[in-house]
Design a binder for this molecule. Structure first.
Ligand SMILES: [Zn+2]
Ligand SMILES: [Zn+2]
Ligand SMILES: [Zn+2]
Length: 360
């Protein structure tokens, strides 16, 4: 027996939940929750100045350490050890740059439709759903990207399932009336058997000559359960609030054009976290200060658009490596030793050809 008192609610109910956040049933996935005041509110926060950048001494590297790194590399990659063992270091040069990074940890809210099978449960539709930005949401760890779905109270209504039109079952999409064309004979009921100059036809054993087989998906029924209402025929439509936390970041390497430096991790010189950071203005490398200015302006502009910035973090890293030049058998070669990482970057290593003194 169908519970008639829980059939589709009146039009008033539709109006009640369709008015929420201007949501409409047009197939759209998400409806942004406006937050007009965010930009002004962010601008009213007094930016916090970063602490002074600590003194740091230019790192150095010894010949011995550089050659050790090269020999380790040669051994790891199975190269001929002789050039590394006999290398004469002719020059060592420290190359360095600064990586500046600005992160803005933001929160954004959207509403989404949620459809679930209606199993006869009581729905509480007696209250007024709270405005999207007043719903409390527990923040995840800062500077991480994640989301949380929060069901909004008083936003449920019951309707006939739109997928099966209230039937509970839908026609099987992989067959026709429970029959599937036999793949073995392509629906003919027989197969060709080519014997030198003439062709025989063989009765298809897969379908017993019928040309069709029972559909595997619906077991020959021609229809299957509706996966939207799970055969309950009715669904509950409700509104879910999705809170999205995103960590936006921009970074740049200043002070060097060396391509290898871009891939290297660096040594942190300064980390500064605040609700709103003031761009770094006291730093030996002007590129870093320019980037800080540019990124803070960009973030204040872009990430306060229907979102709010919860926290900012700026960071400066020293990225460095040592370029080592050496000779082996009158030829000059180079490799790099990263300052803060294991291993060597070896662009060219002597090709040892098989000459008289090589082992076969
Ligand atoms: Zn067949
Ligand atoms: Zn089927
Ligand atoms: Zn259905």
């Amino acid at each position: 027996m169908e519970k008639s008192d829980h059939s589709v609610h009146g039009e008033a109910d539709w109006g009640r939940i369709l008015r929420y956040n201007n949501m409409v049933l047009n197939g759209q996935d998400e409806f942004p929750c406006p937050l007009e005041s965010s930009k002004q509110e962010f601008e009213q926060i007094e930016p916090e100045s970063p602490p002074p950048c600590p003194q740091w001494s230019a790192p150095s590297m010894t010949k011995m350490r550089a050659l050790e790194v090269l020999r380790k590399h040669v051994s790891d990659y199975g190269l001929d050890p002789r050039p590394a063992n006999e290398a004469q270091v002719t020059n060592m040069e420290i190359l360095q740059g600064y990586r500046y990074r600005l992160e803005s940890f933001t929160e954004k809210r959207v509403t989404r439709w949620n459809t679930e099978p209606y199993k006869g449960e009581e729905l509480d539709d007696s209250g007024v759903p709270p405005p999207p930005w007043s719903v409390p949401a527990e923040e995840p760890p800062q500077f991480t990207t994640s989301f949380k779905d929060i069901p909004l109270p008083y936003t449920s209504l019951i309707k006939d399932c739109g997928r099966c039109l209230g039937r509970g079952r839908i026609a099987c999409t992989s067959c026709e009336n429970g029959r599937d064309k036999c793949a073995h004979c392509c629906g003919r009921g027989y197969n060709y058997n080519y014997v030198s100059t003439y062709t025989l036809t063989n009765h298809c054993y897969m379908c017993s000559g019928m040309g069709h087989v029972r559909c595997m998906f619906c077991r020959g029924m021609g229809e299957s359960r509706c996966l939207v209402c799970m055969e309950h025929k009715k669904t509950t439509l409700s509104i879910c609030l999705r809170v999205k936390w995103v960590n936006h970041q921009n970074q740049i390497l200043c002070g060097s054009k060396e391509a290898h430096l871009h891939q290297l991790s660096g040594r942190t010189l300064l980390t500064h976290t605040a609700k709103r950071v003031r761009a770094l203005t006291d730093f030996p490398e002007s590129g870093v200060m320019d980037a800080a200015q540019r990124f803070t302006q960009k973030h204040a502009q872009e990430y306060t658009d229907n979102a709010r910035i919860l926290q900012q973090r700026q960071r400066v890293e020293l990225v460095w490596m040592c370029r080592v030049s050496y000779t082996w058998r009158d030829q000059t070669y180079q490799f790099y030793v990263p300052g803060e990482e294991e291993g060597a970057i070896v662009d060219n290593y002597p090709e040892v050809t098989c000459d008289c003194c090589s082992v076969m």
